[in-house]
Design a protein around this ligand. Structure first.
Ligand code: ZN
Length: 345
């Protein structure tokens, strides 16, 4: 297939180096499919690439978009399990070394040579994207593309809360940062049986904290976390704190309010150096874990949650619109007015 298509391209390191351009429809290899994009959702990381505030290398010029679902337009000759017309979602690890020890252990998401869609290779904010068969998962007709596109951030939250974190029924769980990932972490904590679930943000997060309520939060806070937590339960602190904010300083709050022998999972990126002591980590015997991306079994589990309706995304999808309206969506997501915006191409 040849021809041209509109694509949202991040073309340089300077702030605001993102624009719609006409590009060639990609060629595919033997083990790839050409995916006709049904929907692609906007990630907070793309807002950083748009503003030039990201801390990862980008292979400019690069088409944005790593949260996507669509239909297989064409399958390479070596593609075994998928065929033209199949409805699928795609994982994000577009390039990996399949022989690396991490890939062999199923942790290809942590392979140091990994390159993702939207920064390492061309992504899905366009009509057609080249995807290796290895990345694909089947989705049923009953799951619409605009919801399936959010499988990826749901997998990030699942990994943070349900794999790297541990929630037992009745646990007190605190989520710091009500961005899309924080809100989805809150939902995963509630589904895991969290007893008292607290979501904390800032006064400007009011809209997103209202969404946290819809997702099952028992308390939402516009600040004042350290003052509130001693009033909960036995007063010793939360069993699990999920740090999903984009600032390093919230880790200090987490260390302060987690109970002795409790756990902190850090899923939010914060490039700023920390300016505080980690002594509470030692004194309180806290387990601190990072959590990055996701792998195959997580995807299968999240897809089944979306299909069954156990995971309802209606509260977090604020807008579904055409790719041409990308700029409005980027601005309103950045302002916290939209939780998630989904683009159709
Ligand atoms: Zn993302």
């Amino acid at each position: 297939m040849s021809g041209r298509m509109p694509a949202l391209v991040n073309y340089g390191r300077e702030p605001l180096s993102v624009e719609l351009r006409e590009v060639n429809i990609p060629e595919i290899g033997e083990k790839d499919v050409l995916l006709r994009v049904g929907a692609v959702s906007i990630c907070g990381s793309e807002l950083h690439q748009w503003r030039g505030t990201h801390s990862w290398p980008v292979n400019y010029p690069c088409i944005l978009g790593h949260e996507f679902a669509g239909t297989i337009e064409k399958a390479g000759s070596g593609v075994k399990k998928f065929k033209e017309g199949d409805r699928v979602v795609s994982e994000t690890a577009a390039v990996i070394d399949e022989t690396s020890p991490l890939s062999r252990a199923g942790l290809y998401n942590l392979d140091p040579t990994r390159k993702g869609f939207g920064y390492g290779v061309d992504g899905a904010m366009t009509e057609y994207v080249r995807v290796p068969e290895r990345c694909l998962h089947t989705i049923p007709e009953s799951l619409p593309f605009h919801k399936a596109a959010l499988t990826e951030p749901c997998c990030v939250a699942y990994n943070a809360v349900c794999v790297n974190g541990r929630v037992r029924p009745g646990d007190t769980v605190l989520v710091l940062g009500p961005g899309p990932i924080g809100l989805l972490c809150a939902k995963m904590a509630k589904l895991s049986g969290a007893g008292h679930l607290i979501v904390a943000g800032l006064p400007q997060d009011r809209d997103r904290l209202a969404v946290a309520r819809q997702l099952g939060a028992d308390a939402v806070l516009e600040g004042g976390v350290a003052e509130y937590i001693p009033s909960v339960g036995d007063g010793l602190g939360v069993d699990l704190a999920i740090d999903a904010s984009g600032a390093s300083v919230t880790l200090q709050t987490a260390l302060r309010v987690v109970r002795p022998a409790g756990q902190i999972v850090k899923v939010g990126w914060g490039p700023q150096p920390i300016q505080f002591s980690l002594d509470p980590l030692v004194q309180k015997n806290i387990t601190l874990s990072g959590s990055f991306s996701h792998n195959w079994p997580i995807w299968e589990r999240v897809i089944s949650m979306l299909v069954s309706g156990q995971l309802d995304l209606d509260p977090v999808i604020s807008r579904v619109c055409d790719l041409a309206h990308w700029h409005e969506c980027f601005e309103k997501m950045e302002a916290g007015e939209y939780v998630k915006a989904v683009l159709k191409t």
